[in-house]
Design a protein around this ligand. Structure first.
Ligand code: NAD
Length: 499
C-alpha cells in the first residue's frame, strides 16, 4: 500500500484526508515512493487557530524558557543526523555527505537563534524632555507562514523558523511537496525538544496552500524561499493582504577570475561550487568569467580536467560527488537548456546528456555539462538552470566582467578570484550582489551575518537569517513614559516651539 505523507498540527501528526495528493519520488531511482496529502483550507484554518492560541502563550514565555527548547533542538539535530540525512537524500537526491553539510548549516542557524534576546532588545533614552523617558520594545508579530523550496529540505526552514520561534512567534509551514518527509521529522524533533504543542505546525500542499497562507487573515508575516517567478507572486499577493513578506529567490552567480589569481585553486573552486548538489543551490556558481584570453584558455583546460573527474551516483553512494536532479521535469528542463545553448551558439565542451548510472537506469541523472563562449543574449546567461550545466564567458577586462555581472537580473552571490587588493576592492564596491566572495567560492555568510540577495534575488526587506531575521519576525513599539507629580502643569493645547 502506498504511504500517505500527512501534516503536523497541534503537536500531533495527522494523516490528512487523501482527497488531493501528489506523488513523492526517489530521484536516485525514479520510483514513486509515497503520496503527499495536500491540505485543504479547513485544515489550514485549524492550523492557524491552533498557532494563534499557542503563539500567544509562547510569546509570553521567558527568553530563558524559549532558548532552553532551542538548545535542546540543537542536541536532537546532532543525535538524529544520520536519520535526517537519509530522509533528505532519499527525496531530494543529494548525497548523504552533502545532506550532512546542509544539516551542519541548519545547526549553525539554530545556534544563532538563541541570541534573539540580544538582537531584539530595545533602546532607551532618559529624560528626553519634561521627565519623559522613551524606550522601544520588539514583540512577536504573531503567526508566521513559511513556504520553502525543495533544495534544502531542512536547512532553509530551520534557519528561518527557529528565529521566528525564538523571538516568540508560532509558525505554519508549507514545505515543498517534493520533499515532505523531512518536515515531519523536524516537527517531531521540536516536540521532543519541549516546544509547546501548536507553536510549530506543518501543512503540506502545493500552490493552493500557498494561496491559502497568503490570503489568511490570521497570518501576520510570510517567509518564502524559492524561484523568482513564484517569489515575486508571493511578495505581491502577501503584501496586498497586508502581511510583511520577505521572499528569497533565484540566483545566477558569477565567478570572475583575474589573470593574477591562483588558477588551479580557482578551477577547483568553480567545479565544487558549480556542480555540488547537482547545481541545485541558490548559491551555486553558474558562470565562470576569466578575464582575458590567456586566463580563459588556461582555466578552461583546468576546469575540463577537474570536471571529468566528478562521479555522479545515487544519494547513498559514498563515492558520488553529486546525485540526480530532483524530478523528471527538472531533468527535462536541464536537457532542454543544453539543446538551447547549442542552438544559441555556445561551445559544448562536456556533454552530460547520455550519462548512465549503473543499476539506476530510471534515476533523474544528468552528467556534468560545460559550455564555453556563452554571451549575454543566450538563455544560458539569462536564466537560472537548476541542474549540472555550467558555462564560461569571456570578458576581456575587469570592467567588462563587472558590467556582465551587474547586467544580470539576479544579485544573489558574486565571486572574484585575484591576488590584487585593488581589483577585489573594486569588485566588492561596484558589484550589486547581496553576498560577495573574494577568493571564497560560496560566500554563504556565517549564521550571525545577514543572508539575502539583491535585485530580483530578493523581494521585500528582511534577511533569511542573521540579526535582520530577528528584526523581521518582531514588530517595534516605542513608548514615551512619564510619572508626573500631582501638581504638574497640564499639557498645552497647541504644539509648543520656543527656539
Ligand atoms: P519553487 O518556486 O518551485 O517552489 C518554492 C515553493 O513555492 C514550494 O513550496 C512550492 O510548493 C511553491 N510553489 C511552486 N509553484 C508555485 C506557484 N505557481 N504558486 C505558488 N506557490 C508555488 O522553487 P523550488 O524549485 O522548490 O526551489 C528552487 C528555487 O529556489 C531556485 O530558484 C533557487 O535559486 C531558489 N532558492 C533560493 C534561495 C535563496 O536564499 N535565495 C535558497 C534556496 C533556493
Amino acid at each position: 500500500m502506498t504511504q500517505l505523507i500527512g501534516h503536523f498540527i497541534a503537536g500531533q501528526p495527522e494523516a490528512g484526508t487523501g482527497r488531493r495528493t501528489g506523488p513523492v519520488f526517489n530521484p536516485s531511482t525514479g520510483q514513486e515512493i509515497a503520496r503527499c496529502d495536500y491540505a485543504d483550507r479547513a485544515t489550514l484554518d485549524r492550523a492557524v487557530d491552533v498557532a494563534t492560541q499557542a503563539g500567544k502563550r509562547w510569546g509570553r514565555a521567558s527568553h530563558a524558557a524559549r532558548q532552553a527548547v532551542i538548545f535542546k533542538l540543537r542536541e536532537l539535530m546532532i543525535a538524529n543526523l544520520d536519520l535526517l540525512a537519509e530522509v533528505i537524500g532519499r527525496e531530494h537526491g543529494k548525497t548523504i555527505a552533502d545532506a550532512k553539510g546542509e544539516l551542519g548549516r541548519a545547526i549553525e542557524g539554530i545556534e544563532f537563534a538563541v541570541n534573539a534576546p540580544h538582537v531584539t532588545k530595545g533602546e532607551f533614552a532618559t529624560n528626553v524632555g519634561g521627565d519623559i523617558d522613551v524606550f522601544s520594545m520588539r514583540t512577536p508579530i504573531g503567526v508566521v507562514g513559511a513556504i520553502t523550496p525543495f533544495n534544502f529540505p531542512i536547512m532553509v526552514p530551520a534557519v528561518m523558523m527557529t528565529m521566528a520561534i525564538s523571538v516568540g512567534n508560532a509558525v505554519v509551514w508549507k514545505p515543498s511537496e517534493k520533499v515532505p518527509t523531512a518536515a515531519l521529522e523536524f516537527a517531531r524533533l521540536w516536540k521532543e525538544a519541549g516546544l509547546p504543542d501548536g507553536v510549530f505546525n506543518v501543512v503540506q500542499g502545493d500552490k493552493e496552500m500557498v494561496d491559502g497562507i497568503l490570503e489568511h487573515p490570521g497570518i501576520a508575516g510570510v517567509s518564502f524561499v524559492g524561484s523568482t517567478a513564484v517569489g515575486e507572486y508571493v511578495y505581491q499577493k502577501g503584501t496586498s493582504h497586508n502581511k510583511r513578506v520577505a521572499a528569497f529567490t533565484g540566483g545566477k552567480n558569477h565567478m570572475v577570475v583575474m589573470p593574477d589569481a591562483d588558477l588551479d585553486a580557482a578551477a577547483s573552486a568553480f567545479v565544487a561550487a558549480g556542480f555540488g548538489s547537482a547545481s541545485q543551490r541558490c548559491m551555486a556558481v553558474s558562470l565562470l568569467l576569466p578575464v582575458g584570453q590567456a586566463t580563459a584558455d588556461r582555466l578552461r583546460e583546468l576546469v575540463i580536467e577537474k570536471t571529468k573527474a566528478l562521479k555522479v551516483g545515487p544519494y547513498n553512494d559514498p563515492q558520488a560527488d553529486f546525485g540526480a536532479v530532483v524530478s523528471a521535469q527538472s531533468k527535462q528542463a536541464v536537457l532542454q537548456a543544453i539543446e538551447n545553448c547549442i542552438k544559441d551558439g555556445g561551445e559544448l565542451l562536456l556533454d552530460g546528456r547520455g550519462l548512465q548510472v549503473p543499476g539506476h537506469a530510471n534515476g533523474y541523472y544528468v552528467g556534468p555539462t560545460l559550455f564555453d563562449r556563452v554571451t549575454t543574449d543566450m538563455q544560458m546567461y539569462k536564466e537560472e538552470i537548476f541542474g549540472p550545466v555550467r558555462a564560461i564567458m569571456r570578458p576581456m577586462t575587469l570592467d567588462e566582467a563587472i558590467a556582465i555581472t551587474n547586467a544580470h537580473d539576479f544579485g544573489n552571490g558574486s565571486v572574484i578570484y585575484t591576488r590584487d587588493g585593488k581589483s577585489a576592492h573594486r569588485f566588492m564596491t561596484e558589484v550589486e550582489s547581496g553576498m560577495i566572495g573574494v577568493n571564497v567560492s560560496v560566500p554563504l555568510p556565517a549564521a550571525y551575518f545577514n543572508f539575502g540577495g539583491l535585485r530580483r534575488s530578493k523581494f521585500g526587506e528582511g534577511h533569511l537569517y542573521g540579526p535582520d531575521a530577528a528584526r523581521f519576525y518582531t514588530k517595534i513599539k516605542t513608548i514615551s513614559q512619564r510619572w508626573p507629580d500631582a501638581d504638574q502643569e497640564a499639557a498645552p493645547v497647541s504644539l509648543a516651539f520656543n527656539p
